[in-house]
Design a protein around this ligand. Structure first.
Ligand SMILES: Cc1cc2nc3c(=O)[nH]c(=O)nc-3n(C[C@H](O)[C@H](O)[C@H](O)COP(=O)(O)O)c2cc1C
Length: 354
């Protein structure tokens, strides 16, 4: 492989990739094309499986393997009813890395590790990092509040050093990264690499429709907002008419909309109604939920799909990090990784560390 010189860190050693850059698992976005392009660029691509059936996951994993020989990962929800089956598929297919949106159980971590899969859960708080480290996770990805999708309120610059100081395993920094300066800054905090969602969504290899990418490119930092009106949890996304309407609408309107979308998602994903409600409940970590919120939680994937797959910028939800306000182009994954590594080397040199 040609391209920038490798930058070895605990992350590259653990996962076998060339550069300490992760393309994170994003529902409806991180499919075989984006993941294989990332892998071929020398970074760690992670397939998002929460929006796939188990059969679609197996097919997607095989498609990535047909496009690249480089290591890659799969992101899954540890609380999904069929998490065990998904883990079996990953082990059968020889997937290198397991990424989790919510903390996996001790048993699930042990099962993956016994099979040689590297386990990297995503966390948004120090105590979750400590918990998964104690349970044997190989590394953690920590997402600061500026990151896209479900997110916390503590900024990366505060959360990252807190987590790095709290655990002995490698930490991958996510939330707000898009360039080589950011990579060097993360390494300075003693992270082992960076994870980027929004930046990889905005590449020519991402399958997100062009009109939707244009909305992200046009967004300023102020156009990115957080709402919990979608599923009861803080979710960072582009502010649109639809988001404003959700924030204004009363409970009855939300419930009706939720039922409609939950019904469509159920058909598409093959999830049963009890399964859907259980998944919705699990999203709230066992806290009290109204029925409307349970259905809104189930509804979220359909709203994301409407925009990210079907191009409905009017009706859909465009999950996004604040960093969308800094991004103005659509490089290929190879160009992006190469650019970030060149910037990182130049930054290290300017600092007298290169
Ligand atoms: C469109 C979109 C979809 C996402 N879907 C998921 C998901 O399915 N699972 C998950 O663990 N994280 C998900 N995330 C969060 C990202 O994996 C990542 O942590 C986040 O984007 C990092 O912040 P950044 O956008 O500033 O790079 C999503 C983010 C975006 C922007």
């Amino acid at each position: 492989m040609t391209g920038p010189v490798p930058l070895p860190t605990a992350l590259t050693e653990l996962t076998g990739v060339r550069y300490p850059i992760v393309q994170t698992g994003m529902g409806w976005v991180a499919g075989p094309r984006l993941v294989s392009a990332t892998a071929n660029a020398g970074a760690l691509g992670i397939l998002a499986s929460a929006t796939m059936t188990a059969d679609q996951l197996r097919a997607a994993v095989r498609e990535v393997k047909s496009r690249t020989e480089a290591p890659f990962g799969v992101n899954l929800r540890a609380d999904a009813g069929d998490a065990g089956e998904r883990v079996r598929i990953m082990i059968d297919e020889g997937v290198r890395v397991a990424s989790f949106a919510l903390a996996p159980s001790k048993e699930l971590i042990a099962r993956l590790k016994d099979a040689g899969v590297v386990v990297i859960p995503s966390v948004g708080a120090r105590r979750h990092a400590e918990k998964v480290a104690a349970w044997g996770a190989d590394a953690v990805m920590v997402q600061g509040g500026e990151g896209g999708g479900h997110t916390g309120s503590v900024a990366t610059t505060v959360l990252l050093p807190q987590v790095v100081d709290a655990v002995d395993i490698p930490v991958v920094a996510a939330g707000g990264f898009h360039d080589g300066r950011g990579l060097v800054a993360a390494l300075a905090y003693r992270a082992a690499g960076i994870g980027m969602g929004t930046r990889f969504l905005l590449t020519s290899d991402s399958t997100v429709p062009a009109a939707v990418k244009a909305k992200y490119l046009a967004a300023t930092v102020q156009d990115v907002t957080v709402t919990d009106r979608l599923d009861g949890l803080p979710h960072r996304m582009l502010r649109t008419g639809m988001v404003d309407a959700l924030e204004r609408s009363g409970r009855a309107a939300s419930l009706l909309r939720a039922v409609r979308h939950a019904s469509a998602f159920r058909k598409e994903s093959g999830t049963s109604w009890p399964g859907l409600v259980r998944d919705g409940l699990a999203m709230k970590h066992g806290k009290e939920l109204t029925w409307s919120q349970v259905l809104l939680a189930a509804n979220t994937p359909m709203l994301l799909k409407a925009a990210l797959v079907e191009g409905r910028t009017d009706l859909g939800v465009m999950a996004s990090g604040q960093v969308a306000g800094l991004i103005g182009d659509l490089p290929s994954c190879a160009e992006l990784v190469e650019r970030i590594m060149a910037e990182a080397q130049a930054t290290l040199k300017a600092l007298g560390a290169g």
